[in-house]
Design a protein around this ligand. Structure first.
Ligand code: TRP
Length: 342
């Protein structure tokens, strides 16, 4: 098969299911911001259709979508440079997802660990949408012929499935139409763990608010949560090797490094030998310096609902300009009468 050249294009999505944390910022948004620039076209999506695969209160979904948009912009996504929109407003996602529902096999979906985790013991009672979730995710990516997808480690299996869908579609129809996407998996340094338990991911659904830093927390709250974060009694080592079996210590060093655009080794070269009593105030100061301009800007934008909605509408328009012709070509390949002949 000939190797078609695809435009270097980044796509990623975040579910507007509420509560942005430092984990979302360092693990996703900050990386999305770093990919903006001359090397890639960047497309970032609030995946509301994915969110409703489990129940969402409608008013909360509306609020969370706008808040996520405000978070993206406050974190540094420039809606002029990137395409920023919510998934439901570009109907081509759902349309291509249907085609992919007919390409993907039941057995592929059944193997997905996120499906097994989220459906739990009672699979019969999970939504059909939750089962088909990865086919919609493949459509999100492939409707733009995206070549690079920054995600967390937990989404790796879904990206492999996206590749499988692209390969099977290309094979079934004898075309070289969908690209084989490159996953850009986050490094350990950007996986932010709970402040109460260094072996668990920082999560908006953890019952303890002290376990996470929310992107909407004010300066005092951020400082307090860091002061109270779980640690161990030892001093900081001067190399990363010394953080083995010290998950809480490692997490705080990783967070410091990520916030300061350094490696953990560079941080430890400076702070090795210090006790947490000294390191925590440094971390708190850095976290407040980096995050409070973001939360302030988010709050400002949340007061400008019309501005947010305008940005999302404009983003959807730009996204459709790319997605619509790709859907038409797909329909044509599949043999749908009425699809524009290229
Ligand atoms: N499944 C992703 C998550 O929960 C969100 C997502 C949906 C996504 N569609 C995507 C991520 C496409 C990357 C590309 O984190």
């Amino acid at each position: 098969m000939t190797e078609t050249q695809f435009t270097p294009r980044v796509f990623s999505g975040i579910q507007p299911s509420g509560g942005l944390t430092l984990g979302n910022y360092l693990g996703a948004m900050k990386r999305f911001v770093d990919m903006q620039g001359p090397d890639f076209e960047t497309i970032y999506c609030m995946v509301d259709l994915h969110a409703i695969t489990v129940w969402q209160d409608p008013a909360a979904l509306t609020h969370n979508t706008r808040e996520l948009c405000a978070g993206f912009i406050a974190a540094g996504i420039d809606p002029e440079q990137s395409i920023l929109f919510n998934q439901s407003q570009v109907p081509e996602h759902a349309q291509l997802a249907w085609i992919f529902n007919c390409v993907a096999r039941m057995g592929w979906m059944q193997r997905m660990t996120q499906w097994k985790d989220k459906a739990g013991k009672n699979q019969q009672n999970a939504s059909l949408g939750l089962f088909a979730y990865p086919a919609l995710m493949a459509a999100d990516i492939l409707i733009y012929h995206a070549t690079h997808v920054p995600v967390g480690e937990d989404q790796k299996q879904h990206l492999e499935l996206t590749r499988d869908i692209a390969i099977k579609f290309n094979n079934d129809f004898g075309v070289d139409f969908f690209p084989i996407t490159e996953p850009v998996i986050e490094g350990a340094a950007t996986r932010v763990m709970s402040l109460r338990d260094g072996s668990k991911k920082m999560s908006k659904s953890d019952p303890s608010d002290m376990s996470r830093i929310n992107m909407t927390d004010d300066a005092d709250t951020i400082a307090k949560k860091i002061r109270k974060a779980k640690t161990d009694p030892d001093a900081l080592p001067s190399e990363v090797d010394g953080l083995e079996d010290r998950p809480e210590a490692r997490n705080l060093v990783n967070v410091y490094a990520a916030l300061n655009d350094q490696t953990s080794d560079q941080v430890l070269a400076e702070v090795g030998g210090k006790q947490f009593g000294e390191f925590k105030p440094m971390l708190a100061e850095l976290a407040v310096a980096r995050l409070s301009p973001i939360s302030t800007e988010m709050a400002r934008l949340m007061g400008e609902e019309a501005e947010i909605d305008r940005i999302l509408a404009r983003g959807a328009e730009k996204a459709r300009a790319i997605a619509a012709p790709i859907l038409q070509q797909t329909y044509e390949i599949v043999g749908m009468v009425g699809a524009k002949q290229g």
